[in-house]
Design a protein around this ligand. Structure first.
Ligand code: ADP
Ligand code: MG
Length: 254
């Protein structure tokens, strides 16, 4: 679980002070699937970087699974980051000369995990890249590169995935493919997922939408995921099927 209390972040730029976050209170429970929205410059990336232990707040308390992050040394913080968190970025952040397997196996090498290759292959299969495992990033489409990045984020079995505009560089269809992977990781593996997006139809996949403006949370609302809305008739059909003793069929929705 993530708990932020009164989190502020200021940057000094010469004589100027930039207040990127101004006293953010936020709790993210295990298993949540949420989006963070807000205009450019509202503090979304700053917030993600603090939650992800990539940056430290200027003031406030951040507890990750009950651990006060402020008390951790940089080494311990890196260890927490490596074990509990997976990151996905807008620009994929892949290494140009590595094939997908080596790319995904990389974070495990910092942890001295054996069977790295086997775990990397399993993660790549999970994101639907079983047939592209020996390709370099230049030989993959944007959507495929982002799937490699997601495989890299999940290979170490994190409890939380943080993504900063993961669909920002993708076309609409590919964005939905990526969201479908996140949805499955959340629903089937219980991984907590928090991501930043500008797109309402991407945020619509989640069950909670938090909006930032000028470094403050201005709204925090539950959301009915769009896929749940889309399959509502199927839910009725399966209830009906259950009542009639037949197995529920997803084709009923088509
Ligand atoms: P968003 O991701 O919502 O676009 P950011 O969190 O990147 O917003 O930035 C919030 C504010 O903090 C902006 O005004 C930005 O210019 C400023 N900022 C972010 N990072 C730095 C930095 N390293 N140094 C100075 N100012 C920064
Ligand atoms: Mg940003």
């Amino acid at each position: 679980m993530i708990r932020l209390k009164g989190i502020s972040k200021t940057y000094k730029l010469g004589a100027q002070t930039v207040h990127a976050l101004r006293g953010v209170d936020l709790m993210i429970r295990d298993g949540e699937f949420m989006a963070i929205m807000g205009p450019s410059g509202s503090g979304k990336s700053t917030l993600m970087n603090i939650i992800g232990c990539l940056d430290r707040p200027t003031a406030g308390i951040y507890e990750l699974d009950g651990i006060n992050v402020r008390r951790l040394s940089d080494n311990k913080l890196a260890d927490v980051r490596n074990r509990r968190l997976g990151f996905v970025f807008q620009s994929f952040n892949l290494l140009p000369r590595l094939n997908a397997i080596d790319q995904v196996a990389m974070p495990l090498s910092y942890r001295g995990v054996t069977k790295r290759k086997k775990l990397a292959i399993a993660a790549l299969k999970l994101v639907g890249l079983g047939s592209r495992m020996h390709h370099n990033p230049t030989q993959l489409s944007g959507g495929q590169q982002q799937r490699v990045a997601i495989a890299r984020a999940i290979v170490g079995s994190p409890t939380i995935i943080l993504a900063d505009e993961p669909t920002g560089a993708l076309d609409t269809r590919t964005s939905h493919d990526v969201m479908e992977i996140f949805r499955a990781l959340n629903e089937e593996r219980g991984i907590t997922i928090a991501f930043v997006t500008h797109e309402h139809d991407v945020a619509a996949y989640t069950r909670r939408i938090v909006s930032l403006r000028d470094g403050e949370i201005v709204s925090d609302e539950p959301n009915v995921p769009s896929y749940a809305r889309a399959t509502a008739p199927a839910a009725d059909a399966s209830a009906h099927a259950a009542a009639s003793g037949r197995p529920p069929s997803f084709e009923a929705d088509a």
